[in-house]
Write a protein that binds this ligand. Structure first.
Ligand code: EPZ
Length: 418
């Protein structure tokens, strides 16, 4: 096991480059299954979840390599069926994209229920609703989700919940399915557009990704392509919040500012200066942070994945803030850890009331999940003394070289094995 030690009190200063987006990278790696050909994927983040996905694809029979520049060469032509390896697939949430991709290519798919962050009950009923609407039979027995189909046929599918996972999974299952599939009440996140762009680069016919109605015209075959993953707007938002929390001044490179509009608007409301320069954004926090209310919503609303880092920033705001988590059912586990650092937060169901204080005090805390873990690191950057964040593996799932990037901005952080 490893933990991160952070000595608080340094203002972050300098420049940091954002990596490729985890939540686009993982479904795109799964989607290479649909081509049965060679693909080159560039700008992959070198994070644990990508490594796990590479291992899953290799176990399924793909020839796959990943270099230290984040370029993956993958050939899925030898794969004839998909029985996802249990140990690996249960480590991550995104393993469920194998179901849609394999169903689309082989009319067969087996995978265990997905793993991933413990942030509430994360059902997959809408994924299953979509697969069954296309003509698949889905059953869950002996802890395995088993999908089979005689012949899939395009269909109109209305999602009862705006869900990123189900929107992407139904797209994956429908691109090689005869006829037209329409996904209504679809999620609109930028990574859904990225997956659709990748599929279209392989020869799919998808229109409307990024809106709440996505239309897929099934095609007979897809071919390999070269594709580069969009920048990670959640990683970018994390560094924006960390800069504001430390009262620093940082230029965040390799971003798409339109993907950051909700976080930019919220930070400006809090008296943080945010300036956009093409594919860079500059954050500067010269004065006391103003308290604000935050409600997480599907894109383009404030992203649930930045709720935990934002709550740490609000602990240092002047006044009381209310944070409402409408997307994930149980995403305040980190609050108990923050309270050990002196935070004044009251949680009632999906609402947290945060009373701003002058400064948190360093303590021994533990990461409960990916974004809760990075929230504790941000707390450590500001707290008086040396904070120890245990279970660093949670953070490594989604942040590439976190301590190197923070060290380059002047943070006092190091990793130790325990
Ligand atoms: C993706 O999870 C992300 N993970 C999550 O990021 C992110 O928090 C989430 O989207 C929302 O943006 C990956 O992309 C790997 P959902 P996912 O399907 O696909 C309900 C991170 O930190 N729901 O949009 O699981 C359920 O209540 C991770 O990078 C159903 O009811 O999210 C769920 O909480 C954490 N039935 C909510 O929708 C379903 O069939 C959002 O789910 C599916 C979802």
């Amino acid at each position: 096991m490893e933990k991160l030690l952070i000595e608080g009190g340094t203002k972050l200063k300098g420049k940091v480059k954002i990596s490729g987006f985890k939540n686009a990278a993982l479904p795109i790696i799964a989607a290479t299954l649909l081509a049965g050909d060679k693909c080159t994927i560039e700008n992959l983040p070198l994070i644990k979840d990508v490594i796990v996905y590479k291992e899953i694809m290799s176990k399924l029979g793909a020839d796959v390599s990943l270099n230290n520049k984040g370029v993956m060469e993958i050939d899925t032509s030898k794969i004839k069926k998909c029985n996802a390896p249990y140990e690996l697939a249960t480590k991550i949430r995104a393993s469920y994209y194998l179901l849609g991709a394999a169903l689309g290519r082989f009319s067969q798919a087996q995978a265990p229920p997905p793993g991933g962050c413990s942030i509430g009950n994360r059902p997959i009923d809408q994924h299953i609703k979509g697969f069954e609407a296309l003509g698949a039979k889905v059953d869950i027995s002996h802890g395995i989700i088993n999908c089979t189909a005689e012949k899939l046929k395009g269909e109109k599918i209305y999602l009862d919940v705006v869900t990123v996972g189900a929107t992407i999974n139904i797209m994956l299952a429908s691109v090689l399915t005869e006829g037209k599939t329409v996904i209504e009440n679809a999620a609109k996140e930028p990574h859904i557009v990225d997956v659709a762009n990748f599929l279209n680069a392989m020869g799919a016919e998808i229109r409307g990704a990024g809106t709440d109605v996505i239309r897929v015209q099934g095609v007979n075959k897809l071919k390999g392509c070269t594709y580069s993953i969009i920048p990670d707007q959640i990683e970018a938002g994390t560094y924006m919040i960390a800069t504001a929390a430390t009262g620093g001044e940082v230029i965040i490179d390799n971003v798409i500012p339109t993907h950051l509009e909700a976080i930019t608007a919220k930070l400006k409301e809090m008296n943080v200066e945010v300036k956009e320069y093409g594919d860079s954004i500059k954050v500067y926090a010269p004065q006391k942070i103003k308290s604000v209310d935050v409600k997480t919503l599907p894109y383009p609303g404030f992203p649930t994945d930045l709720q935990q880092p934002m709550s740490v920033l609000l602990c240092h705001a002047d006044g009381t803030s209310i944070v409402t988590e409408t997307v994930s059912e149980d995403r305040f586990k980190y609050v108990d850890e923050l309270k050990r650092m002196g935070a004044r937060i009251k949680v009632d169901g999906r609402v947290a009331v945060i009373q701003g204080i002058n400064k948190l005090s360093a303590a021994k805390v533990a990461a409960s999940d990916l974004r809760g873990g990075v929230a504790m690191v941000i707390a450590g950057l500001v707290a008086d003394g040396v904070t120890e964040v245990e279970n660093a593996y949670h953070i490594d799932r989604g942040y590439e070289r976190l301590e190197n990037k923070l060290l380059s901005l002047g943070a006092k952080i190091k990793r130790i094995k325990i």
